[in-house]
Design a protein around this ligand. Structure first.
Ligand SMILES: [Zn+2]
Length: 345
């Protein structure tokens, strides 16, 4: 169903329910896994299969002379979408933009290189890679090596860090298409950037905004993330293409932000009332229930991930994590494996 038909149907349903179009909330999910969806002329969104393959979402923009791809995905994710782009255009794929350093967004760089594209990213991506990809930079095995243990596509390739870097912004503009790559602040990592299409008001967010239970907070900063989402909201997007989960309307940014605000509010109340780390840990099921009871943010609540999210917020507020006997860090690792598919694909 095309977006227009879908919207008409949505408005008709809203009208039948006695709501005006202004009162009716835009749908938060309107894409299908592993299907390329045209978002605007020459602009595509592809919802990756996170469940079976750990793939992230992708976007691509067809310019007059070349194609810019948003996110490199895992090597197998890159191989999944390459023929889909080729089926639409014979123009060369010249750039692969990594929204951040995580494997499911950057480990496919080598595949894009072999197909003629140059990987590029915000400078923070290299700083993060130096922190976590210690194997590549001459230190002990890092995340790539860990991922290669369970992912044949990673084991068969090698890490290729982005070689075109921008400290704040980078624009692509051929008079028809315009894409602005913007670093709006620390969020999911210390090197997130988004792709903003001002003419069509489409925003590709990477994992700074997801649409579902995919928030891995280990490499970022939840407090700063909320502020970065404010900056993203100010752009005035009409369509939000998240890093994981279906694309949706501007409300996806609001919901993602509200989830973190509510999480911080609940943990903050316990910290302010001087609860012990153990008591806060034991309150996790209660926090989870409170968040899951809110219709706008229920889809962000992950049964396995919430402990790590609570611990991260606690850490940001107090400067310390839960003591070793409190097992939240185990959950953090589990969530990381889940969110970034370090488990076998
Ligand atoms: Zn990520």
């Amino acid at each position: 169903m095309c977006d227009l038909t879908r919207r008409n149907l949505f408005l008709a349903t809203a009208a039948a329910a006695g709501l005006s179009s202004a009162e009716a909330q835009e749908p938060t999910s309107d894409s299908e896994v592993d299907k390329a969806a045209q978002v605007a002329n020459g602009v595509y969104f592809h919802q990756g299969d996170i469940e079976h393959h750990g793939h992230c979402n992708n976007g691509w923009v067809i310019f007059k002379d070349y194609v810019l791809v948003v996110d490199a995905n895992f090597p197998s994710g890159a191989q999944t979408i390459l023929p889909k782009i080729r089926a639409l255009t014979s123009r060369p794929i010249r750039f692969a933009f990594d929204t951040h350093h995580h494997g499911d967004h950057s480990y496919g760089n080598q595949v894009w290189m072999e197909n003629g594209a140059t990987p590029l990213a915000h400078t923070g991506v290299i700083e993060e890679m130096k922190r976590y990809e210690t194997g590549y930079y001459g230190g002990k095995p890092g995340r790539w090596e860990e991922s290669a243990k369970s992912r044949p596509d990673v084991a068969a390739s090698h890490l290729t860090p982005p070689s075109v870097l921008f400290p704040h912004e980078l624009y692509f503009d051929d008079g028809e298409q315009r894409v602005e790559l913007l670093h709006l602040g620390i969020a999911h990592t210390h090197g997130d950037a988004m792709a903003w299409l001002p003419k069509e008001r489409i925003l590709f967010t990477g994992d700074a905004c997801v649409n579902g239970p995919y928030n891995f907070v280990g490499d970022g900063d939840v407090e700063k993330w909320i502020a970065t989402l404010d900056a993203a909201k100010k752009l005035g997007a009409r369509v939000v293409c998240p890093g994981h989960g279906p694309k949706g309307a501007a409300s996806v940014l609001d919901d993602q932000q509200l989830f973190f605000k509510q999480l911080r509010e609940r943990v903050g109340a316990l910290v302010r009332s001087k609860q012990s780390p153990k008591a806060i840990y034991e309150a996790i099921p209660q926090i989870r229930g409170d968040l899951a009871a809110q219709p706008r943010i229920a889809r962000y609540v992950d049964k396995n991930g919430i402990a790590a999210q609570v611990e991260k917020v606690y850490q940001e507020m107090t400067g310390k994590g839960f003591p070793a006997d409190v097992k939240a860090s185990k959950s953090a690792r589990l969530l990381h494996r889940y969110a970034h598919a370090l488990r076998s694909a």
